[in-house]
Design a protein around this ligand. Structure first.
Ligand code: GLV
Length: 387
């Protein structure tokens, strides 16, 4: 087993072991990828304040996200096509999360269905919803989430239309993978991926195929999304979905104070400050830059979480110190999954936990709930003055 010391080690292995089109799908941002890059580089601008001679014994990163116990304030973000990065990827990631004591969020666009993940896990998981035009499908999938062990609904609000990621178009991204010459040539070096994929029945979009009317083969993801996702999704519809669901609701994709206030009005339990990992509106500001202004606007109303750009435990610590009560990793655990399956997801969580725990200690704190802005050194113009 290779020695893995950081998330980049997992990323290198993921690239080596996974078909190019799926690695590229994970590693893409929209258009010029400016927002995708800045999500990461803006975290680097924040520094930590080293403190000394503080008793470091008895540390804990355990806390709660929306009232649920977590071993650290990190959830696995919803990621489409996870079961294409590695066979049964969603089940593997959900199991790793369950053992680690952090929430797993299943994407609507997952390969393994809600029922499959339910069958292979013992603890509740979260479900991310994309709103489709087909009302029967919408009602059906909310009911399926209720029937499974879903303990929070994460409603994504920044993807009524799919952002353009150039690599996906050039690669002809499809599920299942089409046996074209370049794909076959690429697969020749990914034999383990192929063998595991041959052995599973989870090869298409498990939540959708056989459930959405007339969908047996989704062909191109782009065409299908353009036809099926509901571009009319608005705040009224969000209210209706909240009523239909009736449980804890997290709204994902908030980047603006005005939208955060609307989220308060519809009675959300939490929001995720997010630009969809830089995959939707290129040119938007990074999530970490938007975090403090949004917390200033609504942080006393509900929990404010963040995703996009988190690749280390230090990033988790920085976001927590700024006031986020939860963070989400997407790519960071997908690298682990593509690299080594369930063990790789566990490794990603271990790496992040260790970085979080050690950095917290070296900043002079023993309990994640005592971490505050005082441990940070933030450039004065970090949030920026934008007119
Ligand atoms: C879907 O959520 C995507 O970003 O591709």
């Amino acid at each position: 087993m290779p020695v893995i010391t950081n998330i980049d080690d997992l990323k290198r292995l993921h690239k080596k072991r996974t078909p190019k089109m799926f690695y590229d799908y994970c590693e893409s941002g929209a258009w010029t990828e400016q927002t995708f890059r800045e999500n990461v580089t803006d975290f680097d601008k924040i520094r930590l304040r080293q403190r000394i001679a503080v008793d470091m014994e008895g540390r804990t990163t355990a806390t709660q996200m929306i009232g649920q116990d977590v071993s650290m304030p990190v959830a696995l973000a919803p990621v489409g096509l996870t079961g294409m990065q590695r066979a049964d990827g969603e089940i593997k990631a959900a199991k790793a999360a369950e053992k680690f004591g952090v929430p797993f969020t299943l994407s609507t666009m997952s390969i393994c269905s809600i029922e499959e993940v339910d069958k292979h896990t013992t603890k509740p998981f979260w479900f991310q919803l994309y709103v489709m035009r087909d009302q029967d499908f919408l009602e059906g999938i909310i009911q399926r989430a209720k029937d499974a062990k879903v303990s929070a609904l994460v409603l994504t609000l920044d993807l009524q239309i799919l952002g353009q990621r150039h690599k996906d178009l050039k690669n002809g991204l499809s599920v299942p993978l089409r046996p074209t010459l370049p794909n076959i040539a690429n697969l020749a070096t990914k034999w383990q991926w192929g063998l595991e994929m041959l052995a599973t029945k989870n090869k298409s979009f498990g939540n959708i195929v056989g459930h959405a009317k007339g969908v047996s083969n989704m062909g191109s993801l782009f065409t299908w999304t353009a036809e099926q996702f509901d571009p009319r999704l608005d705040w009224d519809k969000i209210k209706k979905i909240k009523e239909m669901w009736g449980g804890p609701l997290i709204l994902k994709g908030i980047l603006d104070e005005e939208d955060a206030r609307r989220a308060v009005d519809v009675g959300a339990d939490a929001i995720i400050v997010s630009n969809h990992g830089g995959r939707q509106l290129d040119g938007a500001l990074s999530s970490i830059r938007r975090l403090e202004p949004i917390i200033a606007a609504v942080g006393d109303q509900f929990e404010v979480h963040i995703d996009s750009g988190i690749r280390s435990g230090q990033d988790v610590l920085k976001a927590t110190a700024m006031g986020a009560t939860g963070t989400y990793i997407g790519r960071a655990y997908i690298y682990g999954l593509g690299a080594m399956g369930e063990a790789g997801v566990t490794k990603a969580l271990e790496v992040i936990h260790k970085e979080l725990d050690m950095s917290m200690a070296l900043c002079g704190r023993r309990n994640i709930n005592d971490v505050d802005r005082d441990i940070l050194l933030v450039p004065e113009d970090f949030a920026g003055r934008w007119a």
